[in-house]
Design a protein around this ligand. Structure first.
Ligand code: GRF
Length: 190
């Protein structure tokens, strides 16, 4: 039986594109990215999805809060796993209830450090650099009602040099994201 994924993303969507390409190359694994949804009309991730021929939609904030339309969209697409890739809104409770241990997120640091509301993008890497950390990494985790507090599935670390800028840290972390997020997603579905 094939498995279907939906990706939720708010921004640039480099992880979304990387995940889409990974599973396209691996047709034998029969895992399919069925849909990309964004809460931002102008999000670059929607352009990427169109270019890659993946159905995609902008859903306004109100509908994310209610959750009913999204739930029925996911049900009609027979979605098995919800993958968050730079998604900045809260996932509605109705989805958390309908997809227990079936919604995953990636955070660009080693949770529980440098997580929580407002900790995303460069803010995370700036905080990591300012604290003089000697390592950082990625955390892939299930989501629950609190930002970045769900059960951890996998963490991978990378070293930080004393003179690394936040941008250099970001690029090391992105490299880990691209390598590991698709693999972890695949292992959750097999
Ligand atoms: C990634 O760093 C991810 O860890 C975080 O949001 C960022 C999204 O980047 N959750 P992109 O849109 O995939 O380029």
């Amino acid at each position: 039986m094939g498995k279907n994924i939906v990706i939720f993303a708010s921004g640039t969507g480099t992880n979304a594109e990387n995940i889409i390409r990974y599973f396209e190359k691996k047709k034998s694994a029969s895992i399919k990215i069925k849909l990309v949804l964004s809460n931002k009309k102008e999000a670059q991730v929607l352009e990427r999805a169109k270019r890659l021929n993946i159905p995609c939609r902008y859903i306004p904030k109100n509908d994310w809060e209610k959750g009913e339309e999204i739930l029925s969209l996911l049900q009609s697409n027979e979605i098995d796993l919800i993958v968050l890739a730079g998604f900045l809104l809260k996932v509605p409770d109705s989805l958390l209830e309908a997809y227990p241990r079936r919604i995953v997120n990636i955070h660009p640091a080693l949770l529980p450090k440098y997580g929580g509301k407002g900790m995303y993008g460069n803010r995370v890497h700036e905080a990591v650099a300012a604290a003089g950390e000697t390592e950082t990494g990625i955390t892939i985790h299930y989501i629950n009602k609190e930002y970045d507090k769900g059960e951890i599935i996998s963490q991978v670390t990378c070293p930080i040099q004393p003179d690394d800028t936040p941008e250099e840290i970001a690029s090391k972390v992105h490299a880990l994201e691209y390598e590991y997020y698709p693999q972890v997603i695949e292992s959750l579905l097999s």
